[in-house]
Design a protein around this ligand. Structure first.
Ligand code: 1CP
Length: 344
């Protein structure tokens, strides 16, 4: 039996499209908050297999989503490379910053998979425990997005340090990217070896790049990672999410080799049908704020997305992650609306 999500990503148009939600595990769920209390730090949570396995399964159990996404974070890569990552409650991530090619010597690929073995243990356990029709998604951050956290030392508003390094010292910045391309490819392949059936590459900050930088820092590294994953694991579908890319999304869909493009909230549906779905499957793109709002306004928007995008290969999702203050009953209403939808 080929699962719904895999069928859609391989180009099939389905009468009932599969759905899952970015950040479907998280603070909006009371059972997640209870688990989080027991975990200590956020990365300790990600690295404790029984807790991270439970967090991965919680939204599947509650909403019967068609996919589970591994409970982990994009910042396990810098952490495993040796740049210490910490998360302070209510205040984003902090990382020892890397701001020059010389500082790269403090990072190492040696033993990457060993350091991430608790994550792969979660993948194996979830893979064994999932209902048989539910697909397990592994993921990683794209090099650009992960680099922004490493260079800025945490979250950023203008990405000035990262961009100026990329403009001023192309070869030094390329060395950081080479390291991230290697680490990310290996991390995705390891997740697949342990049971991930689909992988998603999150380029959450792709939207701040100029067209020329987009080609160099989003498309080119993604194409290399896709090629590496394909060579090691032919047939495993890859979703790319270049958030905020706008019209650059067309070249992303054509040139990276991904099987599907995740559409962010801003993408017009008719444009996506013409410009993206003609190249590959699409995923998205309900505004997370509409999910928080709920009610008939949300249901109308869900049906509008389905009426447009489900005529081709399509996976229902949000345009970005679930917001922490989202009422759980709105997510249940979304799940019922998508599951009971019919094009007739
Ligand atoms: O205290 C908590 O509970 C921490 C909140 C949290 C959670 C639940 C963070 C901190 N990460 C996660 C899990 C997570 N992160 C998942 C798990 C699976 C799921 O979707 O259910 C995934 C896929 C991610 C990916 C991730 N982490 C991204 C890419 C997607 C996106 O949202 O754009 C990014 C940018 C991060 C970095 C990150 N992790 C956490 C924070 C607070 C941040 C910084 C976000 C920012 O800079 O705005």
């Amino acid at each position: 039996m080929i699962k719904l999500l895999v069928r859609a990503l391989k180009g099939e148009t389905l009468a009932r499209p599969p759905f899952w939600l970015m950040r479907q595990a998280g603070r909006y769920l009371p059972e997640y908050r209870a688990l989080r209390e027991r975990a200590g730090g956020f990365l300790a949570f990600c690295y404790t297999p029984n807790l991270a396995t439970e967090a991965t399964l919680q939204p599947v159990t509650r909403f019967a989503t068609d996919a589970a996404i591994l409970f982990s974070d994009i910042l396990v890569i810098p952490d495993a490379l040796g740049a210490e990552v910490t998360f302070k409650q209510g205040d984003g991530p902090r990382i020892d910053p890397i701001r020059s090619a010389e500082q790269l010597s403090s990072l190492s690929l040696a033993g990457l998979e060993d350091r991430l073995s608790p994550v792969y243990e979660v993948v194996s356990r979830v893979s064994n425990e999932l209902p048989e029709d539910v697909t397990l998604i592994g993921f990683a951050g794209a090099p650009w997005t992960v680099a922004t956290y490493m260079v800025e030392g945490g979250s950023s508003k203008d990405f000035a340090l990262t961009k100026s390094w990329a403009y001023k010292n192309e070869s030094g910045f390329a060395a950081l990217f080479d390291l991230l391309i290697e680490a990310t490819s290996r991390h995705l392949v390891a997740q697949i070896r342990h049971g991930a059936e689909v992988v998603q590459i999150f380029d959450s900050w792709a939207g701040v790049l100029s067209a020329e930088m987009f080609e160099r820092l989003c498309i080119a590294p993604t194409r290399q990672i896709v090629a590496r994953v394909r060579a090691a694991a032919p047939g495993v579908p890859i979703i790319g999410f270049p958030r905020g890319a706008g019209i650059n999304m067309v070249s992303y869909a054509q040139e990276t080799g991904v099987d599907a493009v995740g559409l962010d909230t801003t993408v017009p549906l008719d444009w996506a049908v013409r410009e993206i779905q003609t190249h590959c499957a699409v995923q998205g793109n309900l505004d997370p704020v509409l999910l928080r709002t709920g009610g008939s306004r949300m249901v109308t928007a869900i049906r509008e997305i389905l009426a447009n995008l489900a005529k081709g290969p399509f996976v229902f999702n949000l345009g970005h992650g679930v917001l922490p203050d989202t009422p759980v009953e709105n997510v249940a209403l979304l799940a019922n609306t998508v599951r009971n939808w019919s094009s007739a």
